[in-house]
Design a protein around this ligand. Structure first.
Ligand code: SAH
Length: 395
């Protein structure tokens, strides 16, 4: 096996079982690994430290898999990791209310670069590392054996793939082509999911619990759902008896699917308004028109792709939330989220505090949202914690 030697002084993270080794921490490579090879990481003295996937195109040159020298990373190892991850989701799926969730979440499930989402009888896969790419025949076979899906679709269009020197993919891996809209249930709400053309793998399962929690506050209220995508929050709020819901998203396909989702659930169309627009412009329009809401949801895309972008992103979050606060009736609720891993909860609270000051409002944090059980955070990989949110009462 090819040997990668770690620089002296760089051992700590590896010993703490952090799964990433940056290229700058590598002293030397003995042999000529091909990207995706499993290599042996040793310290400067030559002692074994871990096994991992190698990729010299990526900033993360090694993605560590095992710290026990005796463990052999083979087909049996891989099948076991997949089975363990899938088994951990069974409790979530063993209800009549939900048949969509994330089955495998990359590093958090000890499979760096493999994401698998289950949408009813269909699976959407994202392959983000060359190591996993090479193991895909076994991955597909194990998923078939475990779940007998109707299709396995590869939706690997993430920019991170390019960092690994991989092409993007949008193709059927196994089975028959899924329908344009796969019908799934989440919290007993029905959604149509378009894997091939939708964002990410088609749906944001990570907001499942938060949609459910927020909806309790929507009964009888006038709700504004910003960055609605296909209506995750909107549909839960209508189901819980919101007086009206207005959804705003800049994607035409998202708005189209959201309208279809309202129909699929048999919800009253008269209670709902869909607006295809840029949220920032639309919020300013509402302000000019003197429009106010009781509950506002802000679930924007990732503003901070890295730590270096955090200052700029913080200003964008602050401005968005400031305008949101100004559009609330007195004592209204703002459910605000950040899916930027670089922004931690403390910083996010600080951003909200600035927004409140600028808006001339008083804010109480009444609930903290996080990512759900099918998006676990591995204790040795805090980077995997990305989704956070605050339910704020605004006076
Ligand atoms: N709340 C959604 C997920 C939101 S994902 C849910 O529960 O499923 C972020 C969404 O923001 C995407 O649908 C994207 O189309 C939209 N978006 C990104 N930038 C936008 C902008 N400037 N204005 C409006 N929508 C935007």
């Amino acid at each position: 096996m090819i040997k990668v030697i770690l620089k002296k002084g760089k051992e700590k993270a590896v010993l703490q079982r952090h799964p990433w080794v940056f290229s700058g921490a590598i002293e030397a490579v003995k042999g000529k690994p091909v990207n995706g090879d499993i290599v042996r990481l040793v310290n400067a003295k030559g002692d074994f430290m871990a096994y991992g996937f190698y990729n010299d195109q990526s900033r993360v040159a090694l993605r560590l898999l095992e710290w026990d020298e005796q463990v052999i990373i083979d087909e049996v190892w891989l099948r076991d990791k997949i089975r363990t991850a899938v088994a951990a989701r069974m409790q979530l799926l063993n209800t009549d209310d939900t048949n969509a969730c994330r089955l495998i979440f990359s590093e958090a499930d000890y499979l760096p670069g493999l994401i698998v989402d289950k949408y009813a009888d269909h699976l959407a896969v994202q392959v983000l590392t060359s190591g996993i790419e090479r193991l895909m025949p076994v991955v597909i076979d194990e998923l078939q054996t475990l779940l007998q899906p109707k299709s396995i679709f590869d939706k690997s269009d993430a920019s991170s793939r390019l960092h690994e020197g991989l092409e993007t993919n949008n193709k059927l891996l196994w089975g028959t082509l899924p329908p344009d809209l796969i019908e799934v249930k989440e919290n007993a709400v029905v959604y149509g999911i378009n894997i091939a053309e939708g964002q990410k793998s088609g749906f944001y399962c990570d907001q499942r619990e938060n949609r459910h929690i927020l909806a309790r506050y929507a009964t009888g209220k006038k709700v504004l759902d910003c960055f609605s995508y296909t209506g995750g929050f909107t549909l839960n709020c209508i189901k819980h008896g919101a007086a009206s819901v207005t959804s705003v998203d800049s994607s035409a396909l998202a708005i189209e699917t959201l309208t279809e989702n309202i129909r699929l659930n048999g919800f009253n169309q008269a209670k709902h308004t869909a607006i295809k627009a840029d949220v920032n412009s639309q919020l300013r329009r509402f302000k000019e028109d003197g429009e106010k809401f009781d509950v506002i949801i802000l679930d924007p895309p990732k503003f901070a792709p890295s730590r270096s972008a955090l200052d700029r992103a913080s200003r964008a979050y602050k401005d968005l939330n400031r305008v949101g606060m100004l559009l609330l009736n007195k004592g209204g609720l703002l459910a605000t989220f950040s899916c930027s891993g670089a922004m931690d909860m403390e910083t996010f609270k600080q951003v909200l505090a600035w927004a409140a000051l600028d808006a001339g409002k008083q804010v109480q944090f009444i609930y903290q949202f996080c990512q759900p059980e099918d998006h676990p955070v591995r204790s040795s990989f805090p980077e995997g914690e990305y989704l956070k949110g605050l339910l704020c009462r605004v006076f």
